[in-house]
Design a protein around this ligand. Structure first.
Ligand SMILES: [Zn+2]
Length: 452
């Protein structure tokens, strides 16, 4: 018996390629793996930091080390040295990090950061913040290589685009090879390394695309701003005024394109999951933040009535045909308000609009009646029925379009443009035969980025 199990072990050892697949989903790393990375750095834990708790993904201390373990186990990554991978960090990101950082400080509080360095005080110390708990193991690797790039005197500039506008969280150009170029390169490499699991490669690709779109003021790869349109056959298109380009396969008819403050997202009420869209065939489960988890609460009876979800503002709301249901940001309170017509269609929201009130979330029903969603949690708690707007609009979605116009999807599926200056409506060019179900705006896309 003993001989047999030994033989089986040897066989397994022979079959699996040497040092290959990292089982990243199984993230309860063994003590020896944790110890291996811990021993490479001087570790300082600030008073107030929760005690190290093995395998606890709400424990910043464990999570930091687990992120490093993942990066360590990845070993050598694929390096192509092309326009996506500028070959700054070399093949082994853990070596890049550990050759530059000698000390890690786990902080008990930080101001709006996941991690930071102070090169003027130390060019070998990385400070990790409590917010890192939400980053996920893969992204921690990106954060780590990002931080040590600051030791080469690369700084950030304020973001000029809609993401983090005005915040020092961008670099001017990808080609400048600053700290965001380094974190993005890490993600690109992970996405292109064949012996890593498909799920982590997909997640890395999705995150790399996000970084390319959000982190560089001069957007690389000819990334254009437009809108994402879902047609009546559940195919997603990029549209910027030219002929629409299909950018992904169908997410399936059970999925509802939802309003998200970041990226195109699909909510699958039946399976109670959210899919984050990342170009082409790759749909990724979006498993960060409190808002996605809200879908889990749906009952079988509610699923057919599910219409939309809004993640704007300080609380998240789910829309059913007959009810608006919102959850407070601490997840502790839920408020329900009935929709009298029982025919709600979607949320309508625009940051800057000449058609509806800017920065006001509405519910629209089949008759085109618009209902105001209260702006604060306190106000919502006191609301027994939603206030009705005098404006009636048979819309499904609304979004910005250039400097002085807006783009809308009507309930009959037509895509129209509203010109503020002339107060005129016109059909969106090249979309005369297009039947849209939902729109997401703004949406950034380029052929070169899709080829990543
Ligand atoms: Zn930075």
């Amino acid at each position: 018996m003993k001989t047999l199990s030994l033989l089986v072990l040897i066989l397994i050892g022979l079959i699996s390629p040497a040092g290959a697949v990292v089982e990243w989903d199984n993230r309860c790393w063994s003590d020896d793996k944790i110890e291996r990375v811990r021993s490479k750095f001087e570790l300082e834990v600030k008073p107030g930091v929760a005690e190290y708790k093995k395998c606890d993904w709400n424990n910043a201390y464990y999570q930091t080390l687990a992120g490093l373990v993942l990066m360590d186990l990845m070993g050598e990554l694929n390096e192509t040295n092309d326009k996506y991978d500028q070959a700054i960090i070399g093949k082994n990101p853990f070596d890049y990090f550990s050759s530059r950082a000698t000390k890690i400080v786990i902080e008990s509080s930080c101001h709006q950061a996941l991690a930071y360095v102070r090169p003027q005080l130390s060019k070998s110390t990385v400070h990790v913040c409590p917010g890192i708990e939400d980053a996920g193991a893969l992204y921690i690797g990106a954060i780590m290589v990002h931080e040590v790039r600051h030791f080469d005197d690369f700084d950030h500039v304020p973001c000029s685009g809609p993401h983090n506008r005005g915040v020092l969280a961008c670099d001017s150009k990808y080609a400048e090879q600053g700290a965001y170029a380094v974190s993005t390169e890490f993600l690109v490499k992970v996405s292109r390394t064949p012996n890593l699991e498909p799920s982590i490669r997909k997640q890395a690709r999705s995150k790399a695309i996000t970084e390319f779109i959000q982190r560089f003021n001069s957007r690389p790869f000819d990334i254009e701003e437009g809108v994402a349109l879902l047609n009546d056959r559940n195919k997603l298109y990029f549209y910027d005024g030219e002929k629409p380009v299909q950018v992904g396969s169908s997410p399936g008819k059970d999925y509802v394109m939802i309003s998200s403050d970041d990226f195109v997202t699909f909510a699958g009420a039946k399976k109670k999951e959210r899919l984050k869209f990342d170009y082409r065939e790759s749909y990724d489960k979006d498993d960060f933040g409190y808002k996605p988890r809200y879908l889990e609460g749906l009952t079988a009876k509610e699923i057919p009535k599910f219409r939309d979800q809004s993640l704007y503002g300080k609380f998240a709301c789910t829309l059913f045909s007959d009810q608006l249901r919102c959850i407070s940001s601490d997840l502790k309170e839920v408020e329900r308000v009935d929709i009298p017509s029982k025919s709600a269609v979607s949320f309508i929201y625009s940051e800057l609009s000449g058609i509806v009130e800017s920065e006001q979330l509405y519910v629209v029903d089949k008759s085109g009646t618009l209902y105001f969603v209260p702006k604060t949690w306190e106000e919502l708690k006191e609301t027994s029925s939603l206030r009705v707007s005098e404006t009636r609009l048979s819309l499904i979605s609304i979004g910005p379009w250039g400097d002085a116009s807006e783009i809308v999807v009507q309930q009959d599926g037509r895509v129209m443009i509203y010109d503020w200056t002339s107060a005129q409506w016109s059909s969106a060019p090249h979309l005369e035969k297009f039947k849209a179900k939902k729109m997401f705006a703004p949406f950034y896309w380029s052929k070169k980025l899709q080829q990543l």
